[in-house]
Design a protein. Structure first.
Length: 135
């Protein structure tokens, strides 16, 4: 077998391994109620930050822990404890939606280890529209 054939086979196997790893490690998107049914199993919850409740963060006690409340897509509000080595997420208060990955604990608190925020667009038409009568 030629060296080029061996290299090509290795590349094909590497691509196949990446694809298999991507599809087998996917996490189901659920509501908080559904996450309660599968406690301690990794799930994904999409919702919005409940801005009526505060955000808890104490850099002295635990700089990796941020506590806040999220309202899921079905309207249920739950406390979330986000553990992240980077500390409190910047822009959390301005986020439009948050996607959390983690599991519901026995204490009825969602324990997240990953969060993705969707922030408002700086190109929002209501705030930054161009005048139609520019000549």
């Amino acid at each position: 077998m030629k060296k080029s054939h061996i290299v090509l086979l290795l590349v094909v196997f590497a691509i196949a391994a990446v694809l298999i790893g991507t599809f087998t490690s996917s996490v189901d998107s659920v509501s908080f109620a559904e996450a309660t049914l599968v406690k301690n199993e990794k799930v994904k919850v999409v919702g919005v930050l409940d801005k009526t409740k505060g955000i808890g963060y104490d850099a002295q006690t635990n700089p990796n822990l941020t506590t806040f409340h999220v309202i899921d897509q079905k309207g249920e509000c739950r406390e979330v404890q986000l553990t992240d080595k980077q500390g409190r997420p910047m822009g959390l208060e301005q986020s439009e939606t948050v996607t959390l990955e983690g599991s519901m604990g026995d204490d009825q608190v969602f324990h997240a280890n990953f969060m993705l925020m969707k922030c408002p667009s700086k190109y929002n038409e209501q705030k930054h529209s161009l005048s139609a009568d520019v000549k």
